[in-house]
Design a protein around this ligand. Structure first.
Ligand code: C2E
Ligand code: CA
Ligand code: CA
Ligand code: CA
Length: 274
């Protein structure tokens, strides 16, 4: 249990000073990792319920830190966004993801996450063009995932970027759908190809009586707008059964597989079929 000091300090929590120092150290380490290209991609399969086959793998970045061990994206992507280092990390991720995917059997696609800062950068379309050209991966086998926080307050600007990517043949998925606060107007305004229903809704399927109705409404709405649906964070067969019943197109989650290292992807495909 935590002890309270007289001034209300938590003795065992790092002080502001320590946290600032840790952050500066982590930033220096991150710069070094970028220089050395010392990141890893793990891949998690996306499965089509309507076609009963694997359709893609989502690339999820990890940072094997020399002292701290394997660091997940939640613990360094925000820092990378704040410091602008995300541009270089994101470029590495895009190139590496396309390069690895180019060795997978057709028509398997790769899904790459874009942070909001990346999505709003004018350099994004040309960076994607370069990664596709360098890897030989057809644009049709690349999907990018953005969250609602990436959508500029400026609708024109967002549309311009969406159209530039879609013009190349790249598909665009709206990630973590339902967690933003103006999700419905975003669907009306922007031509997304896919909607990834946030895992919190899938979790709620079991817990709440209304969970089922919410999932149904999201799927119905997306279908009406011609947008494909994928449910994230599917962990249990009972969740899968509901999603199937409601006509959800695709699933992703631990039920199917945890994220795996790149070298395991070909084994996974061979074992589970595509
Ligand atoms: P996300 O894009 O929503 O990715 C899904 C996250 O949920 C992944 O965590 C994945 O490991 C986890 N997950 C998948 N299936 C399940 C499940 O059945 N149950 C549970 N509880 N979790 C599941 P991860 O890899 O830690 O990534 C966290 C977030 O970091 C991602 O969320 C994404 O927003 C961001 N991220 C990952 N890679 C990149 C990247 O290359 N660039 C950028 N900008 N962001 C990235
Ligand atoms: Ca994602
Ligand atoms: Ca997500
Ligand atoms: Ca997320």
């Amino acid at each position: 249990a935590k002890q309270q000091g007289k001034a209300g300090h938590h003795f065992f929590e790092p002080s502001l000073d320590e946290r600032a120092r840790h952050r500066r150290q982590l930033e220096a380490d991150l710069r070094e990792a970028i220089r050395a290209g010392a990141f890893e991609l793990h891949f998690q399969p996306l499965y089509s319920l309507t076609e009963e086959r694997l359709t893609a793998f989502e690339a999820l970045v990890r940072w094997p830190h020399p002292r701290l061990g394997l660091i997940g994206p939640a613990d360094f992507i925000p820092l990378a966004e704040d410091t602008g280092l995300i541009a270089e990390i994101g470029e590495w991720v895009m190139h590496e993801a396309c390069a690895q995917a180019s060795s997978w059997p057709e028509p398997l696609a790769v899904a790459v996450n874009l942070s909001s800062r990346q999505f709003l950068s004018p350099a994004l379309p040309s960076m994607v063009v370069k990664a596709l050209a360098a890897s030989g991966l057809p644009a049709q086998r690349l999907e990018v995932e953005i969250t609602e926080s990436a959508l500029a307050s400026n609708v024109e600007k967002t549309l311009e970027t969406l159209h530039a990517l879609q013009g190349l043949g790249v598909r665009i998925a709206l990630d973590d759908f339902g967690t933003g606060y103006s999700s419905l107007s975003h669907l009306r305004l922007f031509p997304f190809d896919k909607l990834k229903i946030d895992q919190s809704f899938v979790r709620d399927l079991a817990r709440e009586t209304n969970g089922h109705a919410v999932i149904r409404a999201i799927i119905t709405l997306a279908e009406a707008l011609g947008i494909e649906t994928l449910a994230e964070g599917v962990e249990e067969a009972s969740q899968l059964a509901v999603l199937r019943q409601e006509g959800c197109r695709q699933i992703q989650g631990f039920l199917l597989s945890r994220p795996i290292v790149g070298t395991e992807v070909s084994h996974f495909i061979a074992d589970r079929g595509s």
